[in-house]
Design a protein around this ligand. Structure first.
Ligand SMILES: CC(C)(COP(=O)(O)OP(=O)(O)OC[C@H]1O[C@@H](n2cnc3c(N)ncnc32)[C@H](O)[C@@H]1OP(=O)(O)O)[C@@H](O)C(=O)NCCC(=O)NCCS
Length: 188
């Protein structure tokens, strides 16, 4: 699977992505067609062990978004999520609306040889199809960038399949720039 590393979010783009208030508890308007109804509250929080089973439908959506998903299955993905939340440098943030998990993002902080400060790397993000284009993905990205900024990172990178044009447009819309290419060597 060839991936396209969309690039890193620059500081001013981070600032613009972060615009819109607190990132841990966000008011999110579900429908602009009903302006007089109370705002549905969206909460972004760190995933805990109890949350992992709720990720199953989203993991299935994530897997179905991959062009050749034959090497992936939801049971392994759930097990990986359990391991990731135990890892000190890895994070899964979930977005909840009306108590239901409607999206998540997974990212890791790591040191590279060239950069003075650590780099953030977003590996996966998914929002429930029923909740697309409501700004949830952008808020998850902003929450990840905020955490990376607090941890002293100098950049945040993201990669996606070169064929996932929707995700590439989404990431560019969130301020990611650059044309690096991430190639993969399959070991098994
Ligand atoms: C990519 C994804 C996470 C976007 O989530 P989302 O909540 O729908 O995105 P948002 O509503 O926050 O969109 C933010 C901006 O990106 C744009 N955008 C979102 N999806 C887009 C798409 N498929 N094509 C073009 N632009 C898109 C939105 O129009 C919005 O623009 P605006 O700020 O000018 O209004 C979601 O489509 C998804 O879960 N896809 C399947 C999984 C996937 O491909 N993940 C990425 C690879 S790991």
């Amino acid at each position: 699977m060839e991936n396209n590393r969309v690039g890193m979010a620059k500081k001013e783009e981070v600032a613009s992505a972060l615009k819109g208030g607190s990132l841990t508890r966000i008011s999110h308007k579900k429908s602009t067609a009903m302006p007089n109804l109370p705002m549905d509250e969206m909460i972004i929080e760190t995933a805990k062990n109890n949350d992992i089973n709720e990720l199953r439908p989203l993991l299935l959506e994530l897997i179905s978004s991959i062009e050749d998903a034959s090497e992936f299955n939801v049971e392994t993905a759930l097990e990986n999520c359990k391991q990731i939340i135990q890892h000190p440098n890895s994070y899964i943030y979930i977005a909840r609306m009306s108590k239901k998990v409607v999206g998540f993002i997974n990212f890791t902080i790591r040191k590279t040889i060239l950069h003075k400060a650590p780099s953030g790397l977003i590996d996966e993000i998914v929002v429930a199809k029923t909740h697309h284009k409501q700004g949830i993905g952008k808020k998850l990205i902003a929450a990840a960038i905020e955490k990376c900024t607090k941890l002293g990172c100098c950049e945040v990178e993201v990669s996606t399949e070169i064929t996932n044009k929707g995700a590439i447009s989404f990431y560019k819309n969130c301020g990611f720039r650059g044309g690096s290419v991430l190639l993969e060597y399959d070991i098994d």
